[in-house]
Ligand binder design. Structure first.
Ligand SMILES: Cc1cc2nc3c(=O)[nH]c(=O)nc-3n(C[C@H](O)[C@H](O)[C@H](O)COP(=O)(O)OP(=O)(O)OC[C@H]3O[C@@H](n4cnc5c(N)ncnc54)[C@H](O)[C@@H]3O)c2cc1C
Length: 389
């Protein structure tokens, strides 16, 4: 194997390249990016970039010289039009063919939207939106999930009049549990954001029209309603696609020479794709193992964070697996943790401003040690005690 092509230049792609080199792959490594400029990190887009605190150079995944020292051929503004794994080739948008022994698809996702609304996925989106977040501007955010909530918080911190429209009364409850989700949602109101519980029928001129007939006037409308995995290349190549490109633990697709990583991939047997930063990072590492014929490392419990209104949400594990939830700390204080338990084991944890609890919880989940609900709730007990048993 002398040539590896990585399609996409987000975190999963760069992580794959870094891991391949770290594990001793010495052959040709080419990164095809549809975007121009050096690859950058996305989480700051809805945080410091919208707040005007970070510029493109602050959010680069790696400095320019890293690609040189690692001998990675970064092909900017070079979208891949098709992959032909049977022929060991890929086709660029200008029709050129290039040859490769393995392909890694790291194409991410395309934001879902409502016609007339903006989205926030890439640098250009963030730059455009940042220019509109002026004091007094009326901003309507459709969707109160992770990116919608962060965008609303950044708009509010910039002095905008913000309304969030979401049909779900307490968004994110299935991901972090009712208590944490309730506290997060209530915080929007405390910060002066208006919450409208309704669906969006359409964006009409400068108004958002809800399914129950309300019209909300807006200077800017942003949709944060999730992404659709960018599976087109895989589907056209005949790979197995079902809510993402279906992959093995080593991130191999249904074609033995093609791998898929990051937001675009879904592990066979897992109901959801983990569209989070750490999952993308770990996917790249797992794919490098797979390509080099080594067993994939155990991924551990999924984890993510989200920042809004000066607080940090962190969550690990899968809350929908929990049959019981136990709280640690006082919700009224603003900082507390919800543990999800099932059959005497910890299966999930979510916390506001209690990163240490989540750090311990991840290890408890991964090791599957038995836990006692009362002890989890007892703040005088160090959570690491469970790990010493
Ligand atoms: C605004 C925002 C905030 C976020 N905040 C958080 C957070 O706080 N915490 C957290 O855990 N996660 C967060 N995430 C999620 C996290 O950033 C993503 O899970 C991660 O970036 C996924 O990486 P990826 O490489 O799979 O996809 P992407 O980063 O989307 O990269 C895919 C790349 O592939 C390129 N591409 C697509 N098709 C082609 C083609 N045919 N040819 C060449 N290139 C192509 C795209 O242009 C893109 O550059 C956030 C995401 C966004 C958008």
């Amino acid at each position: 194997m002398k040539r590896i092509a990585v399609v996409g230049a987000g975190l999963a792609a760069v992580s794959t390249c870094a891991a391949l080199r770290a594990q001793g792959y010495d052959g040709r490594l080419t990164l095809y990016s549809a975007e121009s400029g050096l690859p950058y990190d996305r989480p700051p887009l809805s945080k410091d970039v919208l707040l005007g605190k970070a510029d493109r150079t602050d959010v680069l995944l790696r400095p320019a010289d890293w690609y040189e020292t690692q001998r990675i051929g970064l092909r900017q503004a070079t979208p891949v039009r098709a992959i032909r794994p049977g022929e060991g080739a890929l086709e660029l948008a200008d029709g050129t063919r290039e040859f490769t022994d393995r392909v890694v698809l790291a194409t991410g996702g395309t934001p879902r939207t409502v016609p007339g609304a903006q989205v926030l996925r890439d640098w250009a989106d963030a730059e455009r939106l940042r220019a509109q977040l002026l004091p007094g501007a009326r901003v309507v955010v459709i969707g109160a999930g992770l990116i919608g909530a962060e965008t609303a918080a950044a708009a509010r911190a910039s002095g905008c009049e913000v309304t969030i429209v979401d049909p779900v009364p307490v968004p994110l409850a299935s991901v972090v549990g009712d208590d944490i989700a309730g506290a997060l949602h209530a915080r929007h109101t405390a910060e002066g954001i208006s919450l409208v519980t309704a669906g969006v029928d359409r964006v009409e001129g400068s108004a958002v029209v809800t399914t129950d007939g309300r019209r909300i006037t807006a200077d800017t409308v942003v949709a944060g309603i999730g992404i659709r995995p960018a599976t087109e290349l895989a589907a056209h190549a005949g790979l197995l696609v079902d809510n993402g490109i279906v992959v093995s633990p080593a991130r191999a697709t249904s074609h033995p020479h093609v791998y898929a990583v990051g937001d675009v991939a879904r592990q066979n047997g897992h109901p959801i794709r983990h569209e989070h930063w750490e999952a993308a990072q770990r996917d790249g590492e797992a794919a490098a193992h797979g390509i080099l014929g080594r067993p994939a490392p155990s991924p551990g419990a999924p984890w993510f964070w989200s920042d809004r209104h000066g607080t940090r949400l962190e969550a690990a594990g899968t809350m929908t697996d929990a049959s019981r939830v136990v709280l640690r700390g006082t919700p009224g204080s603003g900082a507390f943790t919800a543990f999800g338990l099932h059959a005497g084991r910890l299966v999930a944890a979510a916390a506001i401003d209690r990163g240490r609890d989540i750090k311990a919880a991840r290890r408890i989940i991964d090791r599957q040690v038995p836990v006692d609900a009362d002890q989890l709730a007892d703040e005088s007990l160090d959570l690491r005690t469970f790990l010493k048993r």
